[in-house]
Design a protein around this ligand. Sequence first.
Ligand code: BGC
Length: 477
Amino acid sequence: MENRADTFPQPGAEGAPDGGGWSTALTLVLVAVLLAGALFGYDQGVISGALEGLQRDFKLSPILVEVVTSWVTLGALAGSLAGGELADRLGRRKALLAAAALFAAGAAVESLATGVAVLVAGRLIVGFGVGAAAVAAPLYAAELAPAAQRGRFISSYQLAIAIGIFLSYLIDAAFAQAGAWRIMLGVSAVPAVLLLLAMLPAVESPRWLLRMGRRDAARAAVIRVRPWIDPDVRLKAVEASLREEAGKASWGEVFAPAWRRPLAVGLGLAIFQQVTGINAIIYYSDRIFAAAGFSTPLAQAQATTWAIGAVNVLATLIAIAFIDRIGRRPLLLAGLVGMGASLFVVGLAFLSIGGASAGSGPTTAGIVTLVALVIFITSFAFSLGPVVWTVINEIFPGQVRGRAVAVATAVNWGAAFLVSEFFLTLVDAIGESATFWLFAFFCAIGGLWVYRKVPETKGRSLEQIQALWNPATPGDR
Ligand code: BGC
């Protein structure tokens, strides 16, 4: 546990130890990060239960079902690219305020939608907010959390995503019978407004204020966050690290040959996290359970809530407990084996499910599907979920970290978009079994690739991690 802070992003000397302590301002930072994560998760999860009612009211074609489901990720792709710029120009606090306002507005548009076009516009707005927050919130956390807490702040973000998905499933289950999709989608305005309220009095990142030349405001911010330390010592440390960053890399340098290896690892992890099928399950689990014989919307929603949502939360806790003890590679490899094997079994189960899905209750194959999906989500939540974000945030050298992380995040959303956009089309074209086997095949390829290419970063300082990319010049690049 104690060395996790070393292995998370450390914006220079700002992470110097300060002897601990807690302040109201710091609590607000954590609350904001948790709310941002929960919103992200809620918007990821809610659509699975809303689809049934949406289809009834708008007579959605299969293509439109995919558009309504997946365009939130398209918005997030744009939002994550814009989020870095927004956070640099407006500040971290205002970027999060803007993201929360977008969430609230998008949720209102979605829930009041009179037609598919308006609904899709709402999905895009919500997605843009999700993407912007997905870059701004971890950045805000990384810059404001004390070094010893930084790892926990960022892992709490992934936990909050899982909790958000779970809450969305609970709300979906509560309104499944009525098919009240307007309530399901509209509810996300509530945490969005809470985030707005939390961000209004929240403190701006001193690091950003200094970068903008606002030294007095930065000093006041340091005093609010950590009243027990000497603000001038802290500001000097931050200034020194900002000077180091002065030669900050251009976008082009992110792709420079020197950083090819960490970039390949970061992008590879971002892609494998998605092409192994997580969001096909998160988004379409109700439909998968329906096909597996859970015939009522309520039975489907309950299976989704507990087998996917609750298990996702609980298994994320396993990763938080073990990521710094047994390391990233064992978790990734074990997770990929579990995911691949369970997807293979789901594919087998669907062979016997075939067209006979209109029965009165889940068949044996349906129960096998349920159990296999529990194993799948557990395996994802203790491995690819949190570990991918951890490694992406620790492998890049300081001068390219921000942009490289933004590129990896955008690629992750791009892959999420492709999977959720084409999942149903793929099911139509090659059938459920082959689709799940394709995901399983990607797990196998991903496992081999992780085994060969992803180094263990547990317990290594950021400098040691950098040295891994070029053993000839250890420690310094
Ligand atoms: C992924 C999301 C996914 C979520 C599920 C995150 O790490 O990036 O795409 O929906 O985990 O918990």
